[in-house]
Ligand binder design. Structure first.
Ligand code: NAD
Length: 347
């Protein structure tokens, strides 16, 4: 039987609650199919307060040998600035392991009533995950003085833009054959015009995929007014980040939004995590919705080549929601939702 070595970073707040739930479901999904050996790392804001860094200096090298990384959520703004926690753990992992494709599915699960009239939609949002607006290029001059200046530069490389769009075209080809590229090329006349140009170049290689170009503002409206018309959506780091919270909202809330940080050439481990953060307001109360975290397990299994187990986890989530479990905030506890998914898996 195959054994997968999984690095676990539960992180902060509900990251811990939902990782626990996700691992219980993974254990149930693995039965009779494969084995999983997990190694848990305490890297979090608490770790930062003790050690002065979010992970040890050799953290990246430690993670490199694993088959996959599973992360709950990081951030505890009451004690550690978000810019420190994000730039000290999550972003370095995504960049170091070239996890350039952040895949976020937005679909209305059986039984879940989203806030929209739309009865069904199935959007695959692909967010560029290593550069763009989050490249970390910039600085501050004259700090604390009246003439203080802050500069943050977006970085769009041809290699980076081309590979994320190509990934999007391939996904569109394997789905309903439509790709929407999201930019703001009317206002941002260098980076986003460049992005549009690369999209058009690649489109010529994918005549079977129809392409739409949309500006981020119009796209935000479309995701509310007509989400059923969207298939694969490709966006830059910042735009994808924002649009996928909107995607989460229309699918019923952040508790339903899963995410995979994929290194498509498999030269380093990929990382799987729910879209939501550490939700300090509900941490440790056993009320966080674990469905996003469990769905991320399904994405991980698919990436590892365990397609049957991945499909079984997704079906089990939907079997639970179809029965009305976990479909609204506050309706069920984290434990109840997890138990319902496991019961469906084992049925
Ligand atoms: P958040 O996603 O943690 O919470 C936003 C709101 O959604 C809160 O009201 C929360 O209770 C609710 N919510 C989130 N997940 C839920 C779930 N599974 N079930 C039920 N309700 C849920 O976003 P935030 O409040 O902006 O950020 C809190 C912290 O998390 C910050 O430190 C932030 O930097 C961090 N963060 C981390 C990640 C990550 O690790 N990938 C992502 C986003 C935010």
């Amino acid at each position: 039987m195959k054994t997968y070595n999984l690095a676990l970073i539960p992180g902060d707040g509900i990251g811990v609650d939902v990782t626990d739930a996700a691992m219980k479901v993974l254990g149930a999904a693995a039965k009779g199919r494969f084995a999983v050996e997990t190694t848990s790392f305490p890297w979090s804001c608490e770790y930062y307060l003790e050690h002065g860094r979010m992970m040890p200096e050799d953290g990246i090298e430690t993670l490199r040998g694993f088959d996959a990384i599973y992360l709950g959520a990081v951030g505890w703004p009451a004690t550690v600035p978000d810019s420190v926690s994000l730039h000290g753990l999550l972003l370095p992992i995504r960049k170091a392991f070239n996890q350039y494709a952040n895949i976020r599915p937005h679909r209305l699960l059986a039984g879940v009533e989203g806030p929209l009239k739309a009865e069904g939609f199935d959007i695959l949002c692909i967010r560029e995950n290593t550069e763009g607006e989050y490249s970390g290029a910039g600085g501050r001059v004259h700090e604390g003085k009246d003439n203080e200046v802050a500069v943050e530069t977006s970085v769009f490389t041809r290699a980076g833009v081309e590979r994320i769009l190509r990934f999007g075209f391939e996904q569109a080809r394997s789905r309903r054959g439509h790709l929407t590229s999201v930019t703001k090329s009317n206002a941002q006349k260098y980076s986003m015009v460049f992005w549009d140009e690369v999209t058009r170049e690649l489109a010529a290689e994918y005549p079977d995929v129809t392409v739409s170009h949309m500006h981020i503002d119009a796209m935000a409206a479309k995701m509310v007014m007509a989400p059923q018309d969207l298939d694969v959506v490709v966006a830059s780091n910042l735009f994808g980040d924002i649009l996928t919270d909107l995607g989460a909202a229309i699918q019923g809330g952040l508790g339903f939004a899963a995410s995979a940080n994929i290194n498509p050439d498999r030269s380093a481990p990929s990382m799987f995590e729910p879209v939501h953060g550490s939700a300090p307001d509900i941490a440790g109360k056993n009320i966080a919705n674990p469905i996003a975290a469990i769905w991320s397990v399904a994405q991980m299994l698919d990436h590892l080549g365990e397609a049957e187990a991945s499909a079984a986890v997704l079906s089990a989530i939907e079997a639970a929601t179809a029965k009305g479990i976990g479909i609204r905030p506050g309706l069920n506890t984290t434990d109840e939702i997890t138990a319902a998914v496991i019961a469906a898996l084992e049925a």
